[in-house]
Design a protein around this ligand. Structure first.
Ligand SMILES: Cc1cc2nc3c(=O)[nH]c(=O)nc-3n(C[C@H](O)[C@H](O)[C@H](O)COP(=O)(O)OP(=O)(O)OC[C@H]3O[C@@H](n4cnc5c(N)ncnc54)[C@H](O)[C@@H]3O)c2cc1C
Length: 410
């Protein structure tokens, strides 16, 4: 019988001594990637029949939380690799699952997620990468956009994806393209013809996330590497991947916020100024307690969102958006407070506090910026309000009508 995978806390303890090494290298050293792969963390979103060690969303979230104590950059590997594995498991052809999932589960292949382009950041529907069906050399049936797995159709992809986390070392990329006005997902392999990968411009936060730009210039992929079908790409395949991604970022932000709170408590209870401990100053306590409240609220919202993902609950999207918004903001509040309370030590270039501040900023941009998520959350909340308003089990929601009517009395 194989060894049970380490718990989140065990993996966290194993990785923690490597935090400075990972950050200083501006890359995740191969030995660390091996440790993560051996822990089974990369197999968590792969069904057992394809060599996976499936976890529920709470367990996967807890892994993200634990890894983020060491490195938010490394945690982002769990985000994107998990998104690729989950999308392939759910939407991929049987041939692609058999070919790729066992290698993704073992860590032999890393998965990267390619949605963003120069002209398509928050507005994912604006992607300009194109997908055109092509006849396989020698095939007589001609190209067909509706051909599924097994048909003699190849697809030609042209376009450039930006900022792919772990793109520098990934072996396969889940990318999204447009066929006419319909979006569609494909798994592209690093060794596919027409693919080139180059490091992205370095970012201040997540500086060890090995970001890459992916160029596809006449890249040919077989039809069985289509993920979902035309029309399902951005809305369904990327949409469900992004829910998982947002949950992972929420848990990663929680881990980062926890690390900041612990550091603040440790530092201010040891550091003495004005004849006493910093922690005994009321203004200091205010900064700490605000960060603790935001962090604990984020924890509960993460758990609620993970439960919704596991049960495919009706308010899943709303609860995941809420968790990501709250937790990424908690990371911002806690890292800013930690930086303030560490004084000059918090400003040491490349030190942990400096790293948390830089990484927390990224948490509020990736998988949907704070403002985009506010926009989406208001939309989801409005829809659920409309449902509750019609449901007699929610009498107080109908009470809102009275307020509205009262406001319009002439
Ligand atoms: C470290 C890092 C890792 C990344 N990894 C990946 C990856 O693996 N795969 C991938 O595909 N992409 C990745 N990205 C790209 C990331 O997803 C985008 O940066 C993000 O979606 C935001 O897009 P943008 O940067 O083009 O900003 P824009 O879309 O140009 O938005 C800029 C700002 O405008 C505001 N804004 C945008 N939309 C709205 C709105 N609707 N309402 C109000 N305000 C709004 C927000 O303040 C937002 O921050 C990564 C980025 C970073 C920095």
């Amino acid at each position: 019988m194989s060894e049970p995978p380490p718990t989140a806390e065990e993996l966290g303890r194993l990785l923690l001594p490597l935090a400075d090494e990972i950050d200083a290298a501006k890359a995740v050293p191969p030995g660390v990637l091996k440790t993560v792969a051996e822990s089974g963390a990369l197999a968590a979103m792969v069904p057992a029949e394809y060599g996976g060690r499936p976890m529920n969303h709470r367990e996967y979230g807890e892994l993200s939380r634990a890894v983020a104590h060491t490195s938010a950059s490394l945690q982002s590997l769990l985000t994107v690799h998990g998104m690729v594995c989950a999308s392939l498991s759910r939407w991929g052809s049987e041939a692609a699952r058999r070919q790729l999932l066992p290698r993704l589960a073992s860590g032999e292949l890393l998965g990267a997620f390619g949605l963003t382009e120069d002209g398509a950041g928050s507005d994912a529907q604006a992607i300009g990468t194109t997908a055109m069906p092509e006849e396989e050399p020698g095939a007589s049936d001609g190209p067909s956009a509706d051909a599924g797995a097994g048909a003699q159709t190849w697809w030609r992809l042209d376009g450039t994806k930006r900022w792919l986390s772990f793109g520098q070392v990934a072996g396969c990329f889940l990318v999204f393209a447009k066929h006419g006005d319909r979006s569609v997902g494909f798994l592209v392999r690093r060794d596919d013809p027409g693919v080139t990968v180059e490091p992205s411009r370095p970012t201040s936060g997540f500086r060890s996330a090995m970001l890459a730009d992916l160029h596809m210039d006449g890249c040919r992929v077989p039809a069985d590497r289509m993920v979902g079908r035309p029309g399902f790409g951005v809305a369904q395949v990327a949409g469900s991947a992004l829910s998982l991604g947002r949950l992972c970022v929420a848990y990663g932000s929680l881990g980062l916020a926890e690390a900041c709170c612990d550091a603040m408590l440790g530092h201010t209870s040891g550091r003495r100024q004005f004849g006493g401990r910093l922690i005994d100053l009321q203004l200091v306590r205010g900064l700490i307690s605000d960060a603790v409240v935001d962090t604990e609220a984020a924890r509960l919202l993460c758990e609620q969102a993970a439960r919704a993902m596991d049960s495919r609950g009706g308010r899943l999207i709303e609860q995941v958006l809420t968790a990501k918004l709250a937790a990424s903001r908690a990371a911002g509040t806690a890292s800013a407070a930690a930086a303030q309370l560490h004084g000059a030590v918090g400003l040491v270039d490349g030190g942990p506090v400096d790293r948390w501040v830089r990484d927390a900023r990224v948490m509020q941009v990736i998988e949907g910026s704070t403002q985009l998520l506010q926009h989406l959350l208001a939309e989801e909340s409005l829809q659920s309000f409309r449902v509750r308003r019609r449901d007699p089990r929610y009498p107080f929601v109908q009470g809102a009508d009275h307020v509205e009517r009262a406001g319009h009395v002439e």
